[in-house]
Design a protein around this ligand. Structure first.
Ligand code: NAD
Length: 485
């Protein structure tokens, strides 16, 4: 399997190589096989990318918004037409089952482009009457925006950042995660095919140092990061030096609360999706599953029975439901958390090991712990793997307080048939996104982002426009200027 791109970077409308940069190897996580190799960006490449973005941004911002929107919508159409090819690439890059990537990755990216392409002509200022005088605001682009991605959703993350940025008249330099360098290059090609000016969306490869160089460059007006809280702190601080705008989409340890009156089969489905989809590598996952003590036994039995049927296998086989994790390092991190859970006294109900016959790739069985308490590290720290922790509770007030007892605040879910309790609980939860009787649905029409340490700013929906524009106020006098002397 050779997926070697033409060159490492995509700048000013074409592939660019500088082999002086450190080598980044790209593995197929199901086998560990090297499928491509790229070079980390050198200072010369970073300079070229930012300079071309700066040039393209001026040209792009001068277009009528409806023309900008048309380019984004064309890009969405190309993605949809090429969904299978892009999904297969995403599966090879990330190891996520094709069954998932066909419906959740390029398609979600296309929806973002379609949505923001559609609303581009509606991104307006306001007019304020002031008696004879008046004022108006212009909603202007920020300039060159830097996007820095995580490895779990490489295409979606690139599109969720690029679509609102470009719709507002900005240009973007995007640095994918060093673990998944391939998909963003395809997006860059597609933008050119859709009619975007060269330099509008550039991709540079690299490790954290390249992200840091982009985040601190004087040409950068904004940094949008998707990554861990630890990286978020660094990038936020780096951006502060130049008083740059930021969007921070960071980690989580989200609660999924299942009350005693919940539809249990739906709650079990949600808990499975919220912990085992993408082998648990989803920021918004509901990894602290609070189950009312009255239904806990039945809940665990049903999760165990259904998970025993899960198909683990080659992610390129469309029947596979559970694929590998992204890397050996991530697998080992998750395995070490499983050991920590056992040592802390949580009971391992199922999973917890590398599935038999899968030692070459980076697989871990779906894993369930019960008897988990709030102080355990597996209940406090983001594991980012297929590990579901069940915590028992008795009352609504208790579970709300415990659900909020974390530095994170990305998401939360509530299962109950009681409509007033559902809304009351959600109102009390400290989270950027809440779901009632479902979990992890993130359509582009709905804002997405975190509170507390899980982030700053919002992606998706009109809310994202606030984070890719700045307001210029213009006062217009209609009469002579009075002065005291
Ligand atoms: P990470 O923090 O290790 O890396 C994220 C990106 O930041 C990578 O591209 C990396 O090269 C870059 N980076 C690292 N150090 C940097 C620095 N000093 N300056 C600039 N860039 C730097 O995260 P990851 O392991 O790739 O992804 C997993 C994390 O991402 C999890 O914590 C997960 O919750 C989070 N995540 C959040 C969301 C969200 O929308 N909130 C979505 C997906 C993933």
């Amino acid at each position: 399997m050779n997926l070697q791109p033409q060159a490492s970077h995509f700048i000013d409308g074409q592939y660019v190589e500088d082999s002086a940069g450190r080598i980044i190897e790209c593995n197929y996580p199901a086998t560990g096989e090297v499928i491509a190799q790229v070079h980390s960006a050198t200072p010369a490449v970073i300079h070229q990318a930012l300079d071309s973005a700066l040039r393209a941004q001026k040209q792009w911002a001068a277009l009528a918004p409806v023309e900008r929107g048309r380019v984004l919508r064309r890009a969405a159409e190309i993605i949809i037409a090429r969904n299978r090819e892009l999904s297969e690439l995403e599966t090879r890059d990330t190891g996520k089952p094709l069954q998932e990537t066909l419906v959740a990755d390029a398609t979600s990216g296309a929806q973002a482009l379609e949505f923001f392409g559609g609303i581009a002509p509606t991104i307006n200022g306001e007019m304020m009457p002031l008696g004879a005088d008046f004022a108006y605001t212009r909603r202007e682009p920020l300039g060159v925006c830097v996007g820095i991605g995580a490895w779990n959703y490489p295409t979606q993350i690139a599109c969720w950042k690029a679509a609102p940025a470009l719709a507002c008249g900005n240009a973007m330099v995007f640095k994918p995660s060093e673990l998944t360098p391939l998909c963003a290059l395809k997006l860059a090609e597609i933008f050119i095919e859709a009619g975007a000016p060269a330099g509008l969306f550039n991709v540079v490869q690299g490790y954290g140092d390249v992200g840091a160089a982009l985040a601190t460059d004087p040409r950068t007006a904004k940094v949008s990061l998707t990554g861990s809280v630890a990286t978020g702190r660094k990038v936020y601080a780096a951006a502060a030096d130049g008083v740059r705008h930021v969007t921070m989409e960071l980690g989580g340890k989200s609660p999924l609360i299942i009350f005693e009156d919940a539809d249990l089969d739906n709650a079990v489905s949600a808990a499975i999706n919220a912990n085992f989809y993408s082998s648990g590598q989803i920021c918004s996952n509901g990894t602290r599953v609070f189950v009312h003590e009255a239904v806990q036994k039945a809940f665990i039995a049903r999760v165990a029975e259904r998970t025993a049927r899960a198909v683990i296998g080659d992610p390129l086989d469309e029947n596979t439901q559970i694929g590998p994790l992204i890397s050996a390092a991530q697998r080992d991190k998750v395995l070490s958390y499983i050991e920590i859970g056992k040592a802390e006294g949580a009971q391992l109900v199922f999973g917890g090991a590398i599935p038999a016959g899968y030692d070459n790739g980076f697989y871990i069985e779906p894993t369930l712990f019960t008897g988990v308490t709030d102080e355990m590290r597996i209940a406090r720290e983001e594991i980012f793997g297929p590990v579901l922790s069940v915590l028992s509770f008795k009352t609504e007030a208790e579970v709300i307080a415990r659900a909020n007892g974390t530095e994170f605040g990305l998401s939360a879910g509530v299962f109950t048939q009681d409509i007033t309790r559902a809304h009351r609980t959600v109102a009390a939860l400290e989270a950027g996104t809440c779901w009632i009787n479902t979990y992890n649905l993130t359509p582009v029409e709905v804002p997405f982002g975190g509170v507390k340490h899980s982030g700053v700013g919002r992606e998706n929906a009109r809310a994202a426009i606030e984070h890719y524009t700045q307001i210029k106020s213009v006062y217009v006098a209609m009469s002579d200027v009075e002065a005291p002397f």
